[in-house]
Design a binder for this molecule. Sequence first.
Ligand code: UGA
Length: 417
Amino acid sequence: MTIGVIGLGYVGLITAVGFASLGNKVIGVDVEKAKIDKINRSEPPIYENGLKEKLKEVNPNLTATTDMSALKNCEIIFICVGTPSRKDGSIDLSYVKKSAEDISEIIRKSDAYRVIVVKSTVVPGTTESLIPILEKSGKKLGKDFGLAMTPEFLREGSALEDFFNPDRIVIGAYDDKSKEAVSKLFKGFGQNKFYTKLKTAEMIKYASNSFLATKISFINEIGNVCKKLDIDTYEVAKGMGMDKRIGREFLNCGIGFGGSCFPKDVRALIAKAEELDEDPKLLKEVMALNDRQPLKKVNLLKKHIPDLKGKTIGVLGLAFKADTDDIRESRAIPIVDALLREGAIIKAHDPQAEENFRKLFPQIAYSSPEEVLNSDAVLILTNWKSFENLNYKGKLVLDGRRVLKAKEADKYEGICW
Ligand code: UGA
């Protein structure tokens, strides 16, 4: 099939590369010229496991451009543009609406039937709200073009693996014709497809991310209590996870969740609920606990070093999680910020995220992991595998992510264990 992808951020790029790898012709469109050039040179614009090799492999099937009219012959057009948070937590849908306007121009000029598929994370009702924009083309939904919504469930760091081996594919479709076109595209993906309405598909994405975020805040709350009782929360999580109804995944306690998805999506769902006159107290507390959790780490440090002024603090890990260079909503940000306010001198290391972190914090030193270990205290904020190979002997280490090797330190304490 010939597929168009609008927006080559995380979701768009993996979608484009994934479908190109399955033998489709894919045209990706983005406004950022530098990103387009990189993709066409098979250079990944983001750090992601296996992406470099995959981009080379799919090169003949994937073209990137800034020219929207290149999508005119596409049978399926994915909207994968960003939906950033507004100040009040609600999401900004202006890029999604602009994409619909651009697509409307494309369908105006052609009589070929095609299906528009929203993949951006959007609050329930958004895809339906694009219908009048698309019909400005003079064409009729259902007859001249189709509409669908397929949320994405990729994790950064294992995005390609998740693309090819999804737990489920949720397909929200306007009508049977749209549904058939989209299922044809996913035909190699086995039986795990779930067909539903447009707005149900949108809600499945928000409810899934909010549930996982809730699981993390829940185990962090249990972890804060365990810490005071001298109980290892990881053992508690293991015991809980043996119950199939609970499951062990996403019960890793620590300094909380970050990234471009959980915080933004939970806030957006809260804003949507409030717009509907609901008061989602549980979700609000999930976020509030997540805001408090990194500061617990600073308090733990002050238990060992009450006055941080002039003390050198080593920070291992800046990315919001391992295997990415992404620092969006990383729990390292409030921690470094608080340490600087206390007058500490910071030496930091991250295998991939230093360049991004430097843009926010140019005033701290970026050093090798060995140099970072040479500090008055060391804080572990991301569980990179390489941190399991460092020599922590003789150090004071406060672990926020459970790096087992660090237990060999002279003094070792976990945030919730
Ligand atoms: C998340 C979801 O896991 C994906 O399914 C979803 O598609 C994606 O958001 C999205 O909406 O695009 P991602 O943000 O890449 O994926 O990262 P996760 O692996 O889910 O981790 C999120 C944060 O939670 C990280 O800061 C991680 O350290 C933290 N976390 C995760 C915990 O603190 N404990 C855990 O047990 C698991």
